[in-house]
Design a protein around this ligand. Structure first.
Ligand code: 13P
Ligand code: SF4
Length: 328
């Protein structure tokens, strides 16, 4: 989408967004990887699971989703009666791109005795082909409810899948997708940084490759990393995930120091998610004003995708019994 920024000159965007939010009964949901100026005016900031829950529970007429497409689609799947807008429709995700539905369907067909445990970072079509969705914060709880003898396909993030497989000693067939942002951290540069700050623990997202995760003192979702930062006694923390989350850390803990883990040359911007960065205040304003770009999902597809998401929401809160799963 091209926003005519010239015509927005002179507008107080924050005040205008605030006016439109009230006028349209809209709620602004933002992921931790959004630009600080978007985080600052959001009604809720959270990780993928928290934002899904907020979308499902919201009584707003409009959800302005400041995140990426699969997150906004999840909101629409769970709250179909609401108008869901995404400031930039091109805000995709490399994990989603790595997993075309027709290839995923063929992979499933080749392994009929496996269930598909699928990371939420995928298309609605892939959710519809899956048995249970997980987020980084719910994956461990959900995996532990699946009987050990049940064979599992895990996609599309091979690093999250590999991490779970090692931690719980469970073999899983891994789809070969990666997050381009977390893949770009450098072990060598991380070790140099650690040598400069020997007392600083490392907190890493499980989308990081094993060479990074193996050095981490804590591994968890964006919310998990934020909570760890609050709980640790250390006054300096090395953060191996998308660096915009550091904004919330600085707001909550102004006395602590947070250092983003480095990329390949120690000084690149390669750990900023280029998709998340597409959303701007200007685009959010236009989206709220015009109620577009809108997320629309064909009803049959939505209902098929909702099954695997509902299972996640149930299992993440422990309400589904242990033997309740089966291959599709
Ligand atoms: P979280 O669920 O931990 O917020 O992760 C979402 C994501 O896209 C990480 O790259
Ligand atoms: Fe996708 Fe990675 Fe961006 Fe998260 S950080 S939205 S996984 S590309």
């Amino acid at each position: 989408m091209t926003v005519q920024t010239a015509s927005l000159a002179g507008l107080d965007l924050r005040a205008e967004i605030d006016r439109l939010r009230k006028e349209k009964n809209a709620v602004i949901l933002a992921h931790y990887y959004q630009r600080p100026e978007i985080q600052d005016l959001a009604d809720y900031i959270g990780d993928s699971l928290e934002l899904s829950r907020k979308a499902a529970a919201s009584d707003a007429d409009v959800i302005a989703f400041c995140g990426v497409k699969f997150m906004a689609e999840t909101a629409k799947i769970l709250a179909p009666e609401k108008t869901v807008i995404l400031p930039d429709v091109n805000a995709g995700c490399s994990l989603e791109d790595s997993c075309p539905p027709e290839k995923f369907a063929a992979f499933r067909k080749a392994h009929p005795d496996h269930i598909a445990l699928t990371y939420i970072n995928c298309s609605t079509e892939v959710k519809a082909l899956s048995d249970i969705i997980v987020t980084s914060s719910s994956a461990e709880t959900i995996l532990q409810q699946i009987p050990r003898e049940q064979k599992i396909i895990f996609g599309p993030d091979r690093h999250l899948g590999g991490y779970l497989s090692r931690k719980f000693d469970r073999e899983m067939l891994l789809w070969p997708g990666v997050c381009i942002v977390h893949e770009a951290f450098s072990e060598t540069e991380l070790l140099k940084l650690k040598a400069q700050h020997p007392g600083a623990p490392i907190a890493a997202h499980p989308e990081c490759p094993p060479a990074i995760v193996d050095h981490a003192d804590y591994v968890g979702s964006t919310s998990g990393i934020l909570n760890y930062a609050k709980a640790t006694d250390a006054d300096t923390l090395i953060v191996a995930t998308e660096p915009h989350i550091i904004h919330q850390m600085q707001l909550a803990m102004p006395g602590k120091t947070f250092i983003g883990a480095p990329g390949a040359d120690g000084n690149c911007n390669c750990n900023v998610c280029p998709y998340m960065a597409l959303n701007t205040l200007e685009k959010l304003y236009v989206a709220l004003r015009d109620l577009t770009p809108r997320v629309e999902i064909e009803e049959g597809l939505r209902l098929r995708a909702k099954r695997s998401l509902d299972r996640m929401l149930e299992m993440a809160s422990g309400t589904v019994g242990k033997g309740d799963l089966g291959a599709r």
